[in-house]
Design a binder for this molecule. Structure first.
Ligand code: DAH
Length: 343
């Protein structure tokens, strides 16, 4: 028993003062003391020669020794090959931090947010509506009854027929939903995703994004529409940009117009972007048709309003000179990363 206690004492000293020139001191230590052929295993093997009354005490002593060795081993594992504690390195507060890879906003979101904030400055609120819509809100209430030829311009994806449910072809459905609520005056913009049965190309896609605007109150005139859109264009594209209105046709507005802005690239001189006209089209607009007001239970003899609708992809392509609309939905990081600093 005394011999064994002496051995244990010696081992304790050896553990405490352990050092090694080995490439991996922790492993050398483990093999020497904690391995299956290590010192502690062999001391444990001596237990069978200990008398029964001393065995308990000897067990405690050996257990202490094992704990001591395990602690030392842990310390060695935390040291590097030069005997320097690794923990110091982890706590070096002067080291640069690990960079977090930052994402970027999608260009469509950047431009949508900018459009929304410009109109918010004019007192417009944001309204949203469903992407799966019924025939009334997408077409009929907007003065586009069944079999109306203007429906052909907006071929869509039907979810069901009789009754017809479809993916909305424009955000004008939100106009109808807001008017039906009956709270006047209305001054809203409606950003959202829309769908059309189009062949996918550089200029068209089967889904895209629009922002619709609607203002209904007493005595709203075409002059209000012009001034509102003029403010928008200046805030969005700059003070130098000119606008012009061309007469057009939409069933839900009368009179209707399409609005062009002077070409951002050539300043109106003529280039390939504006097809040498000096102008690029950016939106459709007009005075809300009395039939539409009446369909939504608004008295057209008391109220008038204007509406407009623009494609966010189109504005984004003009603003950032992007030539192919498919880039917006391909998730190509080389494209998306270019917008990291834009907000
Ligand atoms: N809804 C039309 C479209 O998707 C865009 C539009 C034109 C909306 C004129 C309007 C408007 O509110 O007044 O082609």
């Amino acid at each position: 028993m005394d011999d064994l206690l002496k051995l244990v004492e010696n081992s304790k000293e050896e553990i405490k003062s352990f050092s090694s020139t080995d490439k991996n001191p922790a492993e050398a230590f483990r093999i020497r003391f904690l391995g299956t052929k290590g010192l502690i295993k062999s001391l444990m093997g001596e237990m069978k020669n200990i008398s029964a009354e001393n065995r308990k005490q000897m067990g405690l002593v050996l257990n202490d020794l094992k704990l001591l060795a395990e602690k030392k081993h842990e310390e060695l594992v935390m040291m590097n090959a030069n005997g320097q504690p690794l923990i110091d390195k982890a706590l070096d507060l002067t080291l640069p931090g690990d960079a977090l890879p930052l994402g970027s906003r999608h260009p469509i979101s950047i431009v949508r947010n900018r459009i929304v904030s410009i109109f918010q400055r004019l007192g417009f609120g944001v309204a949203e509506g469903p992407e799966i819509e019924d025939d009334w809100h997408n077409f009929t209430a907007l003065n586009l009854p069944e079999n109306h030829p203007a429906r052909d311009m907006q071929d869509t994806f039907y979810v069901s027929q009789n009754p017809a449910w479809m993916l909305r072809t424009h955000t004008s459905n939100v106009q109808v939903r807001e008017m039906e609520k009956g709270k006047l005056p209305i001054r809203i913009i409606c950003p959202g995703r829309v769908y059309r049965n189009e062949t996918i190309s550089a200029r068209a896609h089967c889904f895209f994004h629009q922002v619709e605007g609607l203002y209904i109150a007493n005595n709203v005139s075409f002059a209000d529409l012009k001034q509102t859109l003029y403010f928008f264009v200046n805030a969005m594209f700059g003070e130098k940009i000119k606008i012009r209105f061309r007469p057009s046709y939409f069933p839900f507005t009368e009179p209707s117009a399409e609005m062009d802005i002077s070409c951002l690239i050539c300043g109106g001189e003529g280039c390939s972007v504006c097809k040498h006209t000096g102008w690029v089209e950016i939106l459709g607009c007009g005075m809300v048709h009395p039939n539409v007001l009446e369909n939504c239970r608004i008295d057209s003899s008391q109220y008038s309003g204007f509406a407009f609708g623009m494609g966010i992809e189109r504005i984004t392509m003009l603003k950032y000179q992007i030539k192919d609309l498919r880039l917006f939905s391909e998730n190509d990081l080389r494209f998306l990363k270019q917008f990291i600093s834009a907000v």
